[in-house]
Design a protein around this ligand. Structure first.
Ligand SMILES: NC(=O)c1ccc[n+]([C@@H]2O[C@H](COP(=O)([O-])OP(=O)(O)OC[C@H]3O[C@@H](n4cnc5c(N)ncnc54)[C@H](OP(=O)(O)O)[C@@H]3O)[C@@H](O)[C@H]2O)c1
Length: 210
Protein backbone atom coordinates (compact mmCIF):
# COMPACT_ATOMS: atom_id res chain seq x y z
CA UNK A 1 0.00 0.00 0.00
CA UNK A 2 0.99 3.64 -0.36
CA UNK A 3 1.63 4.86 3.18
CA UNK A 4 2.28 8.53 3.96
CA UNK A 5 3.97 9.09 7.31
CA UNK A 6 3.35 12.64 8.50
CA UNK A 7 6.17 13.64 10.85
CA UNK A 8 9.69 12.20 11.02
CA UNK A 9 10.32 12.35 14.73
CA UNK A 10 10.81 9.35 17.01
CA UNK A 11 7.67 7.53 15.86
CA UNK A 12 7.72 8.49 12.18
CA UNK A 13 11.37 7.60 11.74
CA UNK A 14 10.79 4.02 12.89
CA UNK A 15 7.39 3.44 11.27
CA UNK A 16 8.63 4.50 7.82
CA UNK A 17 11.36 1.83 7.60
CA UNK A 18 9.15 -0.76 9.33
CA UNK A 19 6.42 -0.44 6.68
CA UNK A 20 8.96 -0.18 3.83
CA UNK A 21 10.63 -3.38 5.03
CA UNK A 22 7.20 -5.03 5.04
CA UNK A 23 6.88 -4.24 1.33
CA UNK A 24 4.80 -1.06 1.40
CA UNK A 25 5.57 2.17 -0.45
CA UNK A 26 6.34 4.95 2.02
CA UNK A 27 6.67 8.72 1.63
CA UNK A 28 7.27 11.12 4.52
CA UNK A 29 5.31 14.33 4.86
CA UNK A 30 7.53 16.91 6.56
CA UNK A 31 7.42 20.64 7.11
CA UNK A 32 10.37 21.41 4.83
CA UNK A 33 11.34 18.54 2.50
CA UNK A 34 14.53 20.40 1.49
CA UNK A 35 15.83 20.44 5.08
CA UNK A 36 18.81 18.08 5.36
CA UNK A 37 17.92 17.25 8.96
CA UNK A 38 15.37 14.72 7.66
CA UNK A 39 18.02 12.76 5.71
CA UNK A 40 18.93 9.89 8.02
CA UNK A 41 19.96 7.51 5.24
CA UNK A 42 16.75 5.49 5.18
CA UNK A 43 16.23 6.28 1.46
CA UNK A 44 12.53 6.99 1.99
CA UNK A 45 11.43 10.05 -0.02
CA UNK A 46 10.20 13.28 1.59
CA UNK A 47 7.40 15.50 0.38
CA UNK A 48 5.38 18.28 1.92
CA UNK A 49 2.75 17.30 4.47
CA UNK A 50 0.01 17.89 1.90
CA UNK A 51 1.91 16.22 -0.96
CA UNK A 52 2.56 13.04 0.98
CA UNK A 53 -0.96 12.89 2.42
CA UNK A 54 -2.58 13.33 -1.00
CA UNK A 55 -0.32 10.60 -2.44
CA UNK A 56 -0.98 8.06 0.32
CA UNK A 57 -3.81 5.57 0.56
CA UNK A 58 -3.09 5.36 4.28
CA UNK A 59 -1.87 8.43 6.17
CA UNK A 60 -0.16 8.07 9.53
CA UNK A 61 -0.30 11.14 11.74
CA UNK A 62 2.91 10.96 13.80
CA UNK A 63 3.27 14.51 15.07
CA UNK A 64 3.27 15.94 18.58
CA UNK A 65 -0.18 16.76 19.95
CA UNK A 66 0.45 20.52 19.84
CA UNK A 67 0.93 20.26 16.06
CA UNK A 68 -1.67 17.59 15.33
CA UNK A 69 -4.68 19.70 14.38
CA UNK A 70 -2.71 22.03 12.10
CA UNK A 71 -0.79 19.13 10.51
CA UNK A 72 -4.09 17.36 9.83
CA UNK A 73 -5.51 20.52 8.23
CA UNK A 74 -2.36 20.76 6.06
CA UNK A 75 -3.01 17.21 4.79
CA UNK A 76 -6.05 18.53 2.90
CA UNK A 77 -9.06 16.48 1.85
CA UNK A 78 -8.55 12.89 3.00
CA UNK A 79 -11.87 11.47 1.75
CA UNK A 80 -11.57 7.77 0.90
CA UNK A 81 -8.27 7.52 2.79
CA UNK A 82 -7.50 5.87 6.10
CA UNK A 83 -5.87 8.00 8.77
CA UNK A 84 -3.93 6.24 11.52
CA UNK A 85 -3.84 8.48 14.58
CA UNK A 86 -0.95 7.55 16.86
CA UNK A 87 -0.94 10.78 18.85
CA UNK A 88 -1.11 11.03 22.61
CA UNK A 89 -2.35 14.38 23.95
CA UNK A 90 0.62 15.07 26.19
CA UNK A 91 1.36 18.23 28.10
CA UNK A 92 4.12 19.21 30.50
CA UNK A 93 2.96 20.33 33.95
CA UNK A 94 4.81 20.98 37.21
CA UNK A 95 4.24 17.30 37.99
CA UNK A 96 5.89 16.25 34.72
CA UNK A 97 4.50 14.80 31.52
CA UNK A 98 0.72 14.28 31.72
CA UNK A 99 -2.33 13.77 29.53
CA UNK A 100 -3.96 17.06 28.54
CA UNK A 101 -7.33 15.36 27.90
CA UNK A 102 -9.35 12.47 29.20
CA UNK A 103 -12.65 11.21 30.66
CA UNK A 104 -14.93 13.13 28.28
CA UNK A 105 -12.89 13.30 25.08
CA UNK A 106 -9.61 12.20 23.53
CA UNK A 107 -7.15 13.17 20.83
CA UNK A 108 -8.66 10.47 18.62
CA UNK A 109 -12.18 11.84 18.96
CA UNK A 110 -11.08 15.44 18.44
CA UNK A 111 -9.17 14.59 15.26
CA UNK A 112 -11.88 12.27 13.94
CA UNK A 113 -14.36 15.15 13.58
CA UNK A 114 -11.76 17.28 11.80
CA UNK A 115 -11.13 14.93 8.88
CA UNK A 116 -13.02 13.22 6.08
CA UNK A 117 -10.67 10.24 6.46
CA UNK A 118 -11.68 7.02 8.16
CA UNK A 119 -9.70 7.55 11.35
CA UNK A 120 -8.27 4.57 13.20
CA UNK A 121 -6.60 5.03 16.57
CA UNK A 122 -3.62 2.77 17.22
CA UNK A 123 0.19 2.75 17.57
CA UNK A 124 -0.08 5.10 20.56
CA UNK A 125 0.25 2.51 23.34
CA UNK A 126 3.94 1.67 23.27
CA UNK A 127 7.08 3.66 22.59
CA UNK A 128 8.93 3.93 19.32
CA UNK A 129 11.65 1.42 20.42
CA UNK A 130 8.92 -1.25 20.45
CA UNK A 131 7.54 -0.14 17.06
CA UNK A 132 11.04 -0.48 15.60
CA UNK A 133 11.42 -4.09 16.71
CA UNK A 134 7.92 -5.54 17.13
CA UNK A 135 8.91 -8.56 14.99
CA UNK A 136 11.78 -9.37 17.36
CA UNK A 137 9.74 -9.97 20.53
CA UNK A 138 9.30 -13.59 21.67
CA UNK A 139 5.58 -13.25 20.96
CA UNK A 140 3.70 -10.48 19.20
CA UNK A 141 3.18 -7.26 21.20
CA UNK A 142 -0.48 -6.26 21.25
CA UNK A 143 -1.90 -3.08 19.84
CA UNK A 144 -5.50 -2.00 20.46
CA UNK A 145 -7.30 -0.61 17.42
CA UNK A 146 -10.33 1.72 17.68
CA UNK A 147 -12.45 3.49 15.09
CA UNK A 148 -15.91 3.73 13.59
CA UNK A 149 -15.22 2.03 10.23
CA UNK A 150 -14.93 -1.76 10.41
CA UNK A 151 -13.21 -2.12 7.02
CA UNK A 152 -10.64 0.52 7.91
CA UNK A 153 -9.89 -1.26 11.18
CA UNK A 154 -9.46 -4.57 9.33
CA UNK A 155 -7.00 -3.01 6.92
CA UNK A 156 -5.06 -1.25 9.68
CA UNK A 157 -4.98 -4.50 11.66
CA UNK A 158 -3.37 -6.18 8.67
CA UNK A 159 -0.78 -3.39 8.48
CA UNK A 160 -0.05 -3.83 12.19
CA UNK A 161 0.57 -7.55 11.64
CA UNK A 162 2.94 -6.64 8.80
CA UNK A 163 5.21 -4.81 11.25
CA UNK A 164 4.98 -7.44 13.99
CA UNK A 165 2.04 -6.46 16.22
CA UNK A 166 -1.03 -8.46 17.25
CA UNK A 167 -4.01 -6.13 16.72
CA UNK A 168 -7.00 -6.22 19.09
CA UNK A 169 -10.26 -4.56 18.04
CA UNK A 170 -11.33 -2.14 20.77
CA UNK A 171 -14.56 -0.84 19.28
CA UNK A 172 -15.41 2.74 18.42
CA UNK A 173 -13.23 5.84 18.55
CA UNK A 174 -14.66 6.75 21.98
CA UNK A 175 -12.32 4.10 23.38
CA UNK A 176 -9.37 6.31 22.47
CA UNK A 177 -10.14 7.79 25.94
CA UNK A 178 -8.82 4.57 27.43
CA UNK A 179 -6.08 3.85 24.89
CA UNK A 180 -4.37 7.20 25.38
CA UNK A 181 -4.02 6.64 29.16
CA UNK A 182 -2.55 3.22 28.34
CA UNK A 183 0.11 5.02 26.32
CA UNK A 184 0.70 7.21 29.37
CA UNK A 185 1.19 4.11 31.55
CA UNK A 186 3.91 2.91 29.15
CA UNK A 187 5.60 6.35 29.21
CA UNK A 188 5.51 6.47 33.03
CA UNK A 189 6.88 2.97 33.34
CA UNK A 190 9.71 3.62 30.90
CA UNK A 191 10.70 7.08 32.03
CA UNK A 192 9.71 7.24 35.73
CA UNK A 193 9.91 3.66 36.90
CA UNK A 194 12.95 2.23 35.16
CA UNK A 195 11.18 -0.06 32.66
CA UNK A 196 13.31 -1.04 29.67
CA UNK A 197 11.87 0.95 26.72
CA UNK A 198 12.00 -2.23 24.67
CA UNK A 199 9.10 -3.60 26.71
CA UNK A 200 5.64 -4.10 25.20
CA UNK A 201 2.11 -5.10 26.25
CA UNK A 202 1.08 -8.71 25.75
CA UNK A 203 -2.18 -10.63 26.36
CA UNK A 204 -1.95 -13.94 28.22
CA UNK A 205 -4.77 -16.45 28.05
CA UNK A 206 -5.26 -19.15 30.66
CA UNK A 207 -4.54 -22.58 29.19
CA UNK A 208 -7.69 -24.62 28.34
CA UNK A 209 -6.77 -27.34 30.86
CA UNK A 210 -6.03 -24.95 33.73
N1 LIG B 1 7.73 8.77 21.02
C1 LIG B 1 7.02 7.67 21.25
O1 LIG B 1 7.59 6.64 21.66
C2 LIG B 1 5.53 7.66 21.00
C3 LIG B 1 4.82 6.45 21.13
C4 LIG B 1 3.47 6.41 20.84
C5 LIG B 1 2.82 7.55 20.44
N2 LIG B 1 3.52 8.74 20.33
C6 LIG B 1 2.81 9.91 19.86
O2 LIG B 1 3.13 10.01 18.47
C7 LIG B 1 3.25 11.38 18.11
C8 LIG B 1 4.65 11.62 17.58
O3 LIG B 1 5.56 11.37 18.63
P1 LIG B 1 7.12 11.56 18.44
O4 LIG B 1 7.73 11.11 19.69
O5 LIG B 1 7.55 10.99 17.14
O6 LIG B 1 7.23 13.13 18.36
P2 LIG B 1 8.54 13.99 18.01
O7 LIG B 1 9.76 13.14 18.09
O8 LIG B 1 8.42 15.22 18.80
O9 LIG B 1 8.30 14.32 16.46
C9 LIG B 1 7.19 15.04 16.04
C10 LIG B 1 7.42 15.39 14.61
O10 LIG B 1 6.25 16.04 14.11
C11 LIG B 1 6.71 16.87 13.09
N3 LIG B 1 5.69 17.84 12.68
C12 LIG B 1 5.10 18.81 13.41
N4 LIG B 1 4.22 19.48 12.64
C13 LIG B 1 4.25 18.92 11.41
C14 LIG B 1 3.58 19.15 10.18
N5 LIG B 1 2.66 20.11 10.06
N6 LIG B 1 3.85 18.35 9.11
C15 LIG B 1 4.79 17.37 9.20
N7 LIG B 1 5.47 17.10 10.34
C16 LIG B 1 5.20 17.88 11.43
C17 LIG B 1 7.96 17.51 13.67
O11 LIG B 1 8.70 17.99 12.59
P3 LIG B 1 9.92 19.04 12.71
O12 LIG B 1 11.14 18.17 12.83
O13 LIG B 1 9.85 19.79 11.44
O14 LIG B 1 9.68 19.87 13.93
C18 LIG B 1 8.60 16.33 14.38
O15 LIG B 1 9.54 15.67 13.55
C19 LIG B 1 2.95 12.19 19.36
O16 LIG B 1 1.61 12.60 19.34
C20 LIG B 1 3.21 11.21 20.49
O17 LIG B 1 2.44 11.51 21.63
C21 LIG B 1 4.85 8.80 20.61
Amino acid sequence: MKIAVIGKGRVGSVLGPAFAKAGHEVVYGVRNPADEKYDNGDEIPHDTTEGAAQWGEVVILAVDWGAAESALAQCGDLSDKILIDCTNPLTMSEAGLELALGFDTSAGEILAVQTDAKLVKTLNQVGSPVMAKAHDFPSRPIQFVAGEDAEAKTLVSSLLRDIGFEPIDYGGIKNARKMEPLGMVWIDQAFQHGMDPETAWHFLKLADDA
